[in-house]
Design a protein around this ligand. Structure first.
Ligand code: C3B
Length: 834
């Protein structure tokens, strides 16, 4: 039904596209007019909510103006577009970003304050869309920001979940998950586009359309359909006119779904049952992080995203183009991990079945169109789906996957005749213990480029996880090291540091050319600069302390070293190793209250997947240790531990600027890249870390003298495991470690309850999958080195300045340039001012 709707044409160039004025008077007029016409109220009776909403739409108007010019420029140029497909986006709050990007920060402040409204109040009304879990979702948002900033024509596609990542609270130290109804008061930043709906099918059967070959066109007759309704949010570039969009799909039942008769009969639940079922597809973000999850609804979500987005991409292509062979010249689709990989068979289906392109030509178009980013090394995180489920839910796609596999394995057999081991490992179908489709294999076979997200990760992918593919097609494999946007994570998160940097670099050019931070190097040993640098840190810590006191009641000392571990809870990230260190410090202080130690505040934040029991128990242990430590007068003044609940982008923006020490302590070979490590280094935190993910590249750049290294490297970790690693031997040989584990299992942090954390202790004393005990001594000794370094205040500050000065490489602008050159082959399109 929706397919018959005429699509609203793209905005085309025309006279007078500019519609907003350029003066503060214009701006104030726009605000008053929006308050009156959009909100239906007057300045005398406006609430804070009215003010927030009005400001938001007024900023949005300014971006629309740029967006219209962007679309017009794109229409004229007909460039190659980047389409970023991602199941997750963690966009962060929009208000302060859009104030900065439209250059209206100062005006707004003046206008608001003249009316007794604080900017801080307005900011708290701005709700963060938490449509992601962790690093992968935030990376997607950073790349969108950088693409717009670099004038790259791009659209991000995703799902508009009704409920984003759960809100985290604690009860008895345990994580409690509450729904995140993020649009409860509406979302002023988005535009609904109900005219651009697509119908998405599921289940049903296939039949021949002409002839009987699976490779020829076939007809899929789905037995269930839902509609995908898009809305988009604007993605402005910084310091440029380009405004791109992120288009998010929401599932809607068809119009006939409401059962009026049943409703009339008083069966209210049954009357809306069909609607509820259809709309469940975009109801909630799956809050699992990097472990595979075998749920039918999740697969439906993935196909829903892919199907709507591809139809939209084809529609956009057809505005200016006719010839299918030109498709890869106009379209590159970047697959953010395996979640959107069904796009590969879906494009084949659309080309072959709906647009009568023959199989070989369609396959060549498909391969040239797609590129795939892998974000993990953990084998359990590589998605596979049961063949039986796929056959039922997506029968035509399963036929297409079989055929892709058939051709692929035939070619493989020609290159490596009779190599059954290779065929079995590379096949798109896993046979044992159950037949499943391997999404990563499908992604590699169907793409022209595959990349990891840090040098080590890309190397290990090619040597281990995707080794046989890498020897088959070495030219397909790339590295693109992740990055973060300095606009959000330095300028917006840390205005004090930003002013200081701009004052020393003679302007804010560094915000779009982060290598300019190298200019700070000249001030690293300058006493006046170091003094001011410390002032910034201290004031940021005062802000953090105020927040911590307000939300948790824990009082922090802004003079203490601020030691932060902020990231998802996962065993491989080793929050447990950090706890072992905290308990070590606690034991030392209890044994000798007179010991001179460096006062430290340890800040934890992060969520765990709701079903991830081991991670949740570590989280409970963190809270238990925090409670005990903070209530023990013997250690007051020396050690504080705080767990800030509900970590999200907004909280990161608060914590990152106050960090002195950045904990990046995953077992080497497990963390694909990390991006928190980059945000922290850019804000002058010094890293204590393993040689894992992008830590290696951070250390290479900031210099070994300005980085605290410990632990196994990836090779040593693998060989320790192979040569009969014994966690128990570390316990037996190290009295300090023994005391730590004995304290935990002895009930010191659980009011004498010896069972509370027994399984944590048993699991590290037993198999210790992530070698926590093997790295313990090296870690604790390294922390002692950190304390000695901290005591030399001037030297520490120089280290901190050098971390910032040398981290320009970690801008997501550089990441996007790498994608543009190495993988996308796209050119910027400048959008004129008028
Ligand atoms: C993460 C990885 O765990 C990080 O190392 C990496 O920096 C980011 O992706 C971005 O590349 N990741 C995630 O957040 N979710 C997954 N499912 C897989 C990886």
């Amino acid at each position: 039904e929706a397919d018959s709707l005429a699509f609203v044409p793209e905005i085309k160039p025309g006279p007078n596209i500019r519609r907003v004025g350029t003066t503060v008077e214009d701006f104030e007029q726009n605000l008053l007019s929006n308050l009156y016409f959009q909100r239906g109220t007057t300045i005398e009776s406006a609430s804070a909510g009215d003010a927030y909403h009005t400001l938001a739409v007024t900023l949005r108007d300014r971006l629309v103006d740029r967006y219209a010019r962007t679309v017009a420029a794109h229409y004229e140029t007909n460039p190659r577009f980047v389409y970023y497909l991602s199941a997750e986006y963690m966009l962060g709050r929009q208000l302060n970003q859009n104030l900065l990007y439209t250059g209206t920060e100062q005006w707004t402040r003046e206008i608001a304050e003249a009316r007794g409204l604080s900017m801080e109040t307005l900011a708290t009304l701005d709700v963060e869309p938490g449509l992601g879990n962790g690093g992968l979702g935030r990376l997607a948002a950073c790349l969108l920001d950088s693409m717009a900033t670099l004038d790259i024509p791009a659209v991000g596609y995703g799902i508009r979940y009704d409920y984003g990542i759960f809100k985290q609270t604690f009860q008895n130290g345990e994580q409690v998950e509450r729904p995140d109804d993020w649009t409860f008061y509406g979302n002023p930043w988005e535009f609904a586009a109900p005219d651009d709906q697509h119908v998405v099918g599921f289940y049903g059967k296939t039949e021949s359309a002409n002839g009987d070959s699976m490779a020829g066109p076939r007809r899929w007759i789905p037995s269930e359909t839902v509609r995908g309704e898009p809305s988009h949010m604007l993605v402005p570039g910084y310091g440029t006119q380009t405004v791109n969009i992120v288009r998010l799909w929401r599932a809607r039942a068809s119009r006939q779904s409401f059962d009026l008769a049943r409703f009339g009969a008083g069966q209210y639940g049954e009357a809306v049952q069909h609607i509820a079922l259809s709309e469940s597809i975009s109801k909630v973000l799956y809050p699992d992080d990097s472990t595979e999850l075998g749920r039918e609804l999740r697969l439906k979500q993935q196909y829903f995203l892919v199907s709507c987005s591809l139809r939209d991409i084809i529609r956009r292509f057809q505005f200016r183009n006719r010839d299918w062979d030109a498709f890869p010249d106009k379209v590159v689709i970047q697959l953010n991990d395996t979640h959107p990989v069904l796009a590969i068979p879906e494009l084949m289906r659309l080309l072959v079945d709906e647009h009568q392109v023959d199989w070989d030509r369609a396959w060549s178009i498909t391969q040239r169109t797609f590129a795939y980013t892998c974000h993990t090394l953990l084998p359990e995180a590589l998605e596979t789906w049961p063949v039986a489920l796929m056959e039922r839910l997506l029968p035509r796609h399963m036929e297409i996957i079989y055929l892709i596999n058939h051709v692929f394995l035939r070619d493989l057999d020609m290159r490596h005749p009779g190599d059954l081991r290779l065929m079995r490992d590379l096949s798109l179908i896993q046979e044992e213990p159950e037949r499943r489709v391997r999404m990563a294999n499908l992604a590699v076979v169907g793409s022209h480029a595959v990349n990891g997200v840090a040098e080590l990760h890309s190397r290990l992918l090619a040597e281990t996880t995707l080794r046989d593919f890498a020897s088959l097609w070495p030219e397909k494999f790339h590295n693109v090291t992740n990055g973060v946007t300095p606009r959000r994570f330095v300028r917006l998160a840390n205005p004090r540091l930003s002013s200081l940097i701009s004052a020393h670099l003679g302007g804010d050019g560094w915000l779009t050319d982060l290598d300019q931070l190298a200019g700070l190097e000249a001030f690293a040993d300058d006493n006046a600069m170091r003094e001011r640098w410390r002032d910034v840190k201290r004031l940021n810590k005062v802000d953090l302390a105020a927040y911590a006191a307000r939300t948790t009641g824990v009082v922090l000392d802004p003079q203490a070293m601020c030691d932060v571990m902020i990231k998802r809870f996962h065993e491989y990230k080793r929050q447990l190793l950090k706890v072992l260190h905290v308990v070590t410090l606690y034991n030392r202080l209890r044994d000798d209250p007179a010991a001179t130690v460096v006062p430290r505040t340890v800040v934890f934040a992060g969520k765990a997947a709701p079903g991830y029991r081991a991670a949740k128990l570590v989280m409970k242990l963190v809270n238990a240790v925090a409670d005990t430590v903070n209530n023990d007068p013997r250690v007051a003044g020396a050690l504080r531990v705080v767990f800030l609940p509900d970590y999200n982008v907004t909280r990161a923006e608060l914590i990152v600027p106050s960090a002195d020490l950045s904990e990046q302590i995953s077992l080497a070979g497990k963390e694909a890249s990390g991006t928190g490590n980059m945000k922290l280094a850019l804000n002058g935190a010094v890293t204590i870390g393993t040689l894992d993910g992008a830590n290696i590249e951070i250390r290479d750049r900031v210099g070994a003298d300005n980085f605290f290294l410990f632990g196994y490297n990836a090779e040593q970790a693998m060989s320790a495991r192979r040569s009969g690693y014994s966690a128990r031997s570390f316990y037996d040989q190290d009295p300090e470690l023994r005391a730590v584990l004995d304290a935990i299992s002895g009930g010191v942090f659980s009011s004498g309850d010896r069972d509370a954390f027994a399984s944590v202790v048993d699991s590290v004393l037993g198999w210790d999958e992530y070698l926590c005990l093997g790295d313990y001594r090296s870690y604790v000794d390294c922390q002692d080195t950190v304390e000695r370094a901290w005591q030399d205040r001037e030297r520490w500050t120089s280290m901190s300045i050098r971390n910032t000065a040398r981290s320009g490489f970690f801008s997501s602008d550089r990441t996007v340039r790498d994608y543009c050159r190495g993988i996308w082959n796209v050119e910027p399109v400048r959008v004129p001012e008028e």
